[in-house]
Ligand binder design. Structure first.
Ligand code: KIV
Ligand code: ZN
Length: 388
């Protein structure tokens, strides 16, 4: 268990908050099934107090999903916790996730409370949630900007009150990896009851560091990572879980941890989330972008044809992507063109590689990407020319 990193998916809660149009209950259930198939350990299905629609989705997901633990969000407010429990109670076991802000700017200007009040509210929330379930997660919102002494006090009090997962969010994506990893290390060093809880992290991507920060936290001892599929989420989004899963798989010997993710489900889950949420994925996005496994330059394609290890640190099939060929563009070499012709079933008796390659370059200059049917047409036209 100490080597397992728990994957907590909040696509349906933090991710969905960022969409211009809400998902329907059916669409959310469809995504929940995909997350379950992917091997996600915990699915945060929504924030039930926020709307009747959210309540219904959490309830529906809690009823149908059996292999992932279903969780719902609540502020550190009695009514929120009661409503979250009501929506979840159809499940055999469930998690309540309650949170309160702990950074000075949030405590003073948003909550307008003293820090002692905040600790008291957090403790009361955890105790109330524990009446409904023995799986309670507590988050210190804006932990990344919380003075470490205050953070340690809050974490210790929440664990004493019965929280078994403590989540440390970098809510505004502000910290650097070394800094965020340092916060996690300090919690392990300074909070006396820390081993009674799993330490979780929840990083936002405002400065593009959510994945790096989450990985630094894992290396410092965190054993739950929260995030979303494709990094969907507020502003610049949340930590992209497919990236975390593939980093842990690809660098497992260095990291010494694993997840329960079924990596070959990544591609289709990502595609489904992108389509249902109407959020296209940038072509050069790590792991799931359209170009993530394409090799365009002639030198790279030549290397790939000789030994895939030259430019490939993970295979497209490992994320469930099939038939990812070398893109044919004006930067492709003759070896890539020949490889496509081999796959199409043609031998050098059928065409002259030098002529085909010359015609290919002319077409690629005009057209950008050249497809297999273009190659076949070039071959046929060249043969007709030769007959004349
Ligand atoms: O970003 C954040 O701090 C959150 C909390 C509610 C966990 O989403
Ligand atoms: Zn968040």
């Amino acid at each position: 268990m100490k080597d397992q990193v728990i994957i907590f998916d909040t696509t349906l809660r933090d991710g969905e908050q960022a969409l211009s149009a809400s998902l329907t209950v059916k669409e959310k259930l469809q995504i929940a099934y995909a997350l379950e198939r992917l091997g996600v350990d915990v699915i945060e299905a929504g924030f039930p107090i926020s709307s009747p629609g959210d309540f219904e989705s959490v309830q529906t997901i809690a009823k149908h999903i059996k292999h992932s633990r279903i969780c719902a969000l609540s502020r550190a407010v009695a009514k929120d916790i009661d409503v979250a429990a009501e929506s979840l109670k159809v499940a055999e076991a469930f998690r309540i996730h309650t949170f309160i802000s702990t950074s000075t700017v949030h405590v003073q200007d948003k909550l307008r409370r003293s820090y002692d009040d905040v600790i008291e509210m957090g403790v009361a929330a955890v105790k109330r949630a524990r009446k409904y379930t023995d799986d309670v997660e507590f988050s210190c919102e804006d932990a990344g900007r919380t003075p470490i002494d205050n953070l340690c006090r809050m974490v210790e009090a929440a664990i004493d009150a019965g929280a078994n997962t403590i989540n440390i969010p970098d809510t505004v994506g502000y910290t650097l990896p070394s800094e965020f990893g340092g916060i996690i290390s300090q919690l392990f060093d300074r909070v006396p009851n820390i081993d009674k809880a799993v330490i979780s992290v929840h990083c936002h991507d405002d400065l593009g560091m959510s994945v790096a920060n989450s990985m630094a936290a894992i290396q410092a001892g965190a054993r739950q990572v929260e995030g979303t599929i494709n990094g969907l989420g507020e502003r610049a989004g949340n930590c992209a879980l497919e990236e975390i899963a593939m980093i842990i798989k690809t660098r497992q010997s260095l990291l010494g941890v694993h997840t329960n993710i079924k990596h070959d489900e990544i591609h289709r889950t990502s595609k489904m989330v992108s389509q249902l949420c109407n959020m296209p994925i940038q072509a050069n996005k790590a792991i799931v972008g359209g170009n993530a496994f394409s090799h365009s330059s002639g030198i790279h394609q030549d290397g790939m044809l000789k030994n895939k290890n030259t430019y490939e640190i993970m295979t497209p099939t490992s994320i469930g992507l099939k038939n990812q060929a070398l893109n044919l563009t004006s930067r492709s070499g003759r070896a890539a063109v020949k490889s496509h012709m081999d796959t199409l079933g043609y031998t050098e008796h059928d065409y002259d590689l030098d002529k085909l390659y010359a015609d290919f370059l002319k077409l690629a200059d005009r057209k950008g990407q050249v497809f297999d049917y273009d190659l076949e047409a070039l071959m046929h036209f060249a043969n007709l020319r030769d007959e004349d």
